[in-house]
Design a protein around this ligand. Structure first.
Ligand SMILES: O=C(O)CCC(=O)C(=O)O
Ligand SMILES: [Fe+2]
Length: 284
């Protein structure tokens, strides 16, 4: 098995491995590389749903996602991305086509414990476009001016699902049921989190969900959020994934932002199975 760094700091490709049958010492090397490089790419895999779930479960606990309407009919821990893209009137459904493409973000900030990781497995890939962009939260934290770090140390961000989308002029997603929208309960996450395993600090923000910074009045909170957003993406901390069918890509959602490019020909298929993984301390 070989491990090759793809970006300057993040993104690593693993070759010479079959994710369905590797032993625990091989997986330990992959897991180590994942902690070091945030995003792990394995190419050319042919996976049944159970095989994707079994490989994903080696990274943490499997969990369902609240976007019920896009769950796999037989495997609730798998979401199917990119299918049913056109409505009965033949029009493109923006929320399906643009899913994950509105902004760089981190997944699950609407929950007390955001996801540890997200894994995507590519079933169909368009002839052009449709990349996924990744960026390191470590690089973002490291780029912050010292004074800003001091000013915000110990402060919390207040999140609800899609909470900030309105401010960005984006409608709430139709992929969630009405009940889920109504149940929105704010969650609090430190602006600076320390990664449980690497011990390194990250800038933890999600522009789509972050409503305000606790303890700051509105104008200052809005201005500070904009300032933080301006540091999110650092060139040396980026990796762009160009998909091929059979790619399995997992990102560490505790230290990586990501965004779908949302730019492929809509009449072509771009379909992924997606698995959300939660942190289970004591297992790694
Ligand atoms: O489709 C993609 O490239 C990424 C979508 C996304 O944001 C996600 O699956 O969490
Ligand atoms: Fe996402």
């Amino acid at each position: 098995m070989e491990i090759r760094l793809l970006g300057e700091q993040i993104g690593a490709e693993i070759t010479g491995v079959d994710v369905t049958s590797m032993d625990s010492s091989t997986f330990a090397r992959i897991y180590r590389a994942w902690l070091d490089y945030n995003v792990i790419v394995v190419r050319d895999q042919a996976l049944a749903p159970q095989e994707l779930l079994r490989y994903s479960a080696r990274f943490g606990g499997l969990t369902t996602h609240i976007a019920e309407g896009t769950r796999h009919p037989d495997y609730p821990e798998i979401l199917v991305l990119g299918t049913n893209k056109f409505g009965p009137d033949g029009k493109l459904i923006r929320d399906v086509y643009m899913r994950g493409a509105d902004s760089f973000h981190t997944d699950g900030t609407f929950m007390q414990e955001p996801f540890k990781a997200t894994q995507l497995y590519a079933l169909a890939i368009p002839s052009r476009g449709g990349d996924t962009y990744f960026a390191s939260m470590y690089a973002a934290y490291d780029a912050l001016p010292q004074a800003l770090k001091q000013r915000l140390e110990g402060r919390y961000g207040v999140y609800v699902y899609g909470g900030r989308k309105e401010r960005l002029g984006i409608k709430p997603s139709s992929l969630l049921t009405e009940a889920v929208h109504k149940a929105k309960k704010p969650c609090y996450h430190p602006i600076f989190r320390t990664h449980r395993e690497s011990g390194r600090k990250v800038l933890f923000i999600n522009p789509l969900g972050l409503l305000r910074i606790e303890g700051l009045e509105k104008a200052e909170s809005d201005a500070t959020i904009d300032e933080l957003i301006s540091y999110m993406i650092q060139p040396q901390g980026q990796y762009t994934h160009k998909w091929a069918k059979g790619d399995v890509v997992i990102w560490d959602n505790r230290c990586s932002y990501h965004r779908a490019a949302g730019d492929y020909p809509p009449e072509e298929d771009r379909i992924h199975w997606r698995v959300s993984i939660r942190d289970v301390p004591g297992t790694h």
